[in-house]
Structure formats: structure tokens, C-alpha cells
Design a protein around this ligand. Structure first.
Ligand SMILES: Nc1ncnc2c1ncn2[C@@H]1O[C@H](COP(=O)(O)OP(=O)(O)OP(=O)(O)O)[C@@H](O)[C@H]1O
Length: 447
């Protein structure tokens, strides 16, 4: 019902996803005709993290749809919104994020954004109802690709490529203190060359430890200490809980089973409520009875899916073992897989080269590379394009209002031609938008 709505130069064409606080749309840039995904992250969020809240989430997303529908309608289906400087969001501290929780997901995403396997964010557009995240559009997600397309069923090298990329991006997140907490195939997108891209940082946290039974994530992929912590397990001495990083590693183990067996081992890692998991806890070898896994893969899975989060395999070892694995299944096309050479591993994990390229393209300075700040922009722009370009990047203050006095030159845009009608309306409205939004906390378009 929100098709034919437009935000700045992005024409929404169809809805492609929905969650508790957000709706995701496919969009086309009316100027360049490039495709994008636009995620509306709603403001006024109340905390809800568990998979058991799924029904509630469906209701919430219907409410969001209706709110957005009326919002667009009141502006004749065309919104003209200021964009927020990405660095200013990434730099928001814990206290500021508590005051503006809708920025948390975006801030987490931007903190790890320099990795080539994180979904690329182009712009963040601000409105009183929702913040809109403009991202690259990827046509497939890993779930559809595994289950509907059976894309990995015959190709062990492809499984290794995607899995190694996932390990690499997760390691990058953990090294920067970001723990995703919702690793599942639906949150992994694929491009035309089968490169994997991590999205949806909505449940991610900076906490190195999470309390037992915290229930964060999606049931199939959630580690046992988050659902039904065995009494035999003790958390850290000061009782801070269990390491968040190990929870992400557990989810990766389930994804490895998805990729190789096109199955989930259990509905949830709860010993009392799930029989299969109950038997697995008694004897992990049950995995070889219920899944077509080889001895090699079984041994690897046993090291990933350890009940004790402290003894789970590290991401580095996991990458080495997957690269070296020569049999994923006991029979069939995945029963013989070639071990990867160092060159192949390097090729699969785009690595530092990819990160540098991404930084150069989008000119984001990462937390440890401040010198990127001084990169000179030598592109020639017409005066109108220059004002358009500067307006497309406006600072936000910690309380979420827009700071018009502090205008940054943002993402380096290729030189492009703006249609006359579009240009005049856009520039004018954007100016008034910013002024009115800043002074009154409400956006008043002027036609
Ligand atoms: N950049 C993108 N390109 C293509 N599809 C996308 C993109 N981002 C998200 N999607 C699709 O939209 C779905 C929902 O996105 P996302 O997980 O970010 O939203 P969410 O509101 O947090 O949803 P949930 O609560 O189900 O996790 C994804 O599973 C994916 O299918």
C-alpha cells in the first residue's frame, strides 16, 4: 500500500520485509535508476527481543504500515527529508542511544560498516515518525537461496565461500565490540556473485556478556545459555553472564548445518521443550543419526555447538577447519569437497583490499583511521549540485534534532544531471524542511 510513495529521489516500489520496528522497501533512484533497499526504522520503540514475541511483531508491523501510509498520504506521497551525517550517528554514546533508541541499530551497523561483507548504507534520512536507512539492494537472502533455490546443495566450494565470509564479518564485528545476536539466514543477503552481506543490527549489543536466559535472537539459532541455561553452567565469577561472542558462534554452527544439510537440527536449544536437543545434550553423536553429516563435519559441529560457551571454537579456528574440510556429508555431492588453498581463502574473503575500496568509495572514516577525514574532494559540481550535495548531509544533535549550522560535505556523489522540476522543488523544500524541523521538532513542507 506504500508503493508510489517517494522519499527525496527514492521511489518506493514494493515492500520486501517487515519486523517489529521496521519495514523494508525496494526503491529506485529516479535520477540514476539504481536500485536500493530503504528500511524505515520507527521511533518510539519499546524493548522486545525474544522470538516468542513474533505474533506481537506482526501486529506491530501492521500498525507501522498504517502509520507510514497516513504519514505519506498527508504529504501527497512525497517526503523531502534531510539526511544525517553518518559519522555523527556512529559516534553516539550509550547515553545518547538510550534517549534515541531508534538510532541504536543504525549506530551499530555503521560501527562495522567498513567490512566488505556488511550491507552498505548510503544515507540516513530523518523524519519525525521514522528514520529511513538507504542501503544497497540485494536480490536474494540466504534462507531463500538455501531452501527454495537449493543453491548450495551441490556446491561445497560455494558453501565454504559464504561461510568464510560470514566468519570474517563476524570477527570484524567482535573485534570492534559489536555482537550481532540475530545471526540467521534471513539476515544474510547475497549479491549476484554469491557474496554474503550481513544486515539487521536491530538486536546487536556492545555488551561483552549477556545474562543467562536473556532470550535474544531467533529460536532456531539461539544458543542454549540464552534460552534454557543448564544449571551445570556457571557464568563468570562476578556473575555478569555469558560471552555474547560465543552466542554468535553457536548461530554460525546452525547456519553451517543449514548450508550443508538444508535442515535445522532442532526448533530450539531447550532441553525440556525440545526432544532432539535433549538427546543431543546426552550424546552429541546423535547429530550423525539425524543429519547426513560426515565424520569430519560432525567433529567440527561438536566443537561449535558446545554447551559451555567458554569452550566453543574460536572464529579463526573455525575458518581454518572449514577451509580444510574435505567431506561435508556422508554421501551425495557434498561428500567430496576440495580443501582450499591460501589463495582461494584470500579470494573468498575480500579482506583488507575490499575494506579499503569500500572506505574510498564512501569516504567514511573508521574509528581507527581518522586520517581519511582530510581526503580532498576534487569532483567538479555545478553550484546547484553543490548545494544539493551539502544539504544531503546534515548533522544530528544527540537529542535527535537536526543541527543546520553544522553542515558536512557527505558521501561523494558522482556528477549527475537533475531534472529541472525536481531540482527546484527538492532544493527549496529541503531548506525549509531542515529549518522547520530543527526549530519546531516537526516537519512542515511548503508547497
Ligand atoms: N539491503 C537489503 N536488500 C534486500 N533486502 C533486504 C535488505 N535489507 C533487508 N532486506 C529484507 O528485509 C527483511 C527484513 O529486514 P531486517 O531484518 O533488516 O528488518 P527487521 O525489521 O529487523 O526484520 P526482523 O524483525 O524480521 O529481523 C530481510 O530479511 C530481507 O529479506
Amino acid at each position: 500500500m506504500l508503493t508510489n510513495c517517494q522519499i527525496n529521489n527514492f521511489q518506493l516500489t514494493r515492500q520486501i520485509g517487515s519486523g517489529a520496528y521496521g519495514l523494508v522497501f525496494h526503491a529506485v533512484d529516479v535520477i540514476t535508476e539504481n536500485e536500493y533497499a530503504v528500511k524505515a526504522v520507527m521511533k518510539n520503540q519499546a524493548a522486545s527481543t525474544s522470538a516468542s514475541a513474533a505474533n506481537n511483531d506482526i501486529k506491530k508491523s501492521a500498525v507501522l504500515q498504517t502509520q507510514l501510509y497516513h504519514y505519506f498520504k498527508s504529504f501527497e506521497n512525497r517526503l523531502f527529508l534531510p539526511s544525517i551525517n553518518l559519522d555523527s550517528i556512529r559516534g553516539l554514546g550509550e547515553e545518547q542511544l538510550m534517549r534515541s533508541p531508534h538510532f541504536r541499530e543504525i549506530a551499530m551497523h555503521l560501527r562495522v560498516h567498513s567490512h566488505p561483507n556488511v550491507v552498505t548504507v548510503h544515507q540516513v534520512l530523518e523524519s519525525p515518525l521514522a528514520t529511513f536507512l538507504v542501503m544497497d539492494y540485494y536480490p536474494r537472502d540466504l534462507f531463500t537461496s538455501i531452501v527454495d533455490d537449493q543453491h548450495f546443495a551441490h556446491d561445497g566450494q560455494l558453501i565454504k565461500k559464504v561461510f568464510l565470509q560470514l566468519c570474517s564479518v563476524l570477527k570484524h564485528c567482535h573485534d570492534r565490540g559489536v555482537y550481532h545476536c540475530d545471526i540467521k539466514p534471513e539476515n544474510i543477503l547475497l549479491d549476484g556473485d554469491d557474496n554474503a552481506f550481513l544486515c539487521d543490527f536491530g538486536l546487536s549489543t556492545l555488551s561483552t556478556h549477556l545474562p543467562a536466559n536473556v532470550c535474544v535472537g531467533s529460536s532456531y539459532y539461539m544458543a542454549p545459555e540464552r534460552i534454557s541455561c543448564p544449571t551445570s553452567l556457571t557464568s563468570t565469577e562476578d556473575n555478569q553472564g555469558f560471552p555474547s561472542a560465543s552466542g554468535d558462534v553457536w548461530s554460525l554452527g546452525i547456519i553451517l548445518i543449514n548450508l550443508t544439510c538444508i535442515r535445522n537440527p532442532w526448533l530450539k536449544a531447550h532441553q525440556l521443550e525440545d526432544n532432539t536437543f535433549h538427546y543431543f545434550v546426552k550424546d552429541p553423536k546423535v547429530l550423525m543419526k539425524i543429519l547426513p553429516v560426515s565424520q569430519d563435519l560432525y567433529q567440527l559441529l561438536a566443537d561449535i555447538l558446545r554447551l559451555d560457551p567458554y569452550s566453543r571454537i574460536s572464529l579463526e579456528s573455525l575458518m581454518e577447519r572449514v577451509s580444510a574440510c574435505t567431506r561435508f556429508t556422508s554421501s551425495g555431492p557434498l561428500s567430496q569437497v576440495e580443501a582450499l588453498t591460501e589463495e582461494q581463502v584470500h579470494e573468498f574473503i575480500i579482506g583488507n583490499r575490499g575494506m579499503e575500496m569500500k572506505k574510498m568509495l564512501y569516504d567514511y572514516h573508521s574509528e581507527d583511521e581518522e586520517e581519511a577525514e582530510d581526503v580532498e574532494d576534487d569532483t567538479e559540481y555545478s553550484s546547484e549540485e553543490e548545494s544539493y550535495r551539502q544539504l544531503s548531509s546534515v548533522d544530528t544533535t544527540p537529542n535527535g534534532s537536526v543541527d543546520v549550522d553544522h553542515v558536512h560535505v557527505g558521501v561523494k556523489q558522482p556528477k549527475r544531471i537533475l531534472p529541472d522540476d525536481f531540482k527546484s522543488r527538492y532544493l527549496q523544500l529541503n531548506l525549509s524542511t531542515v529549518t522547520n524541523y530543527s526549530s519546531q521538532g516537526r516537519w512542515l513542507p511548503q508547497y
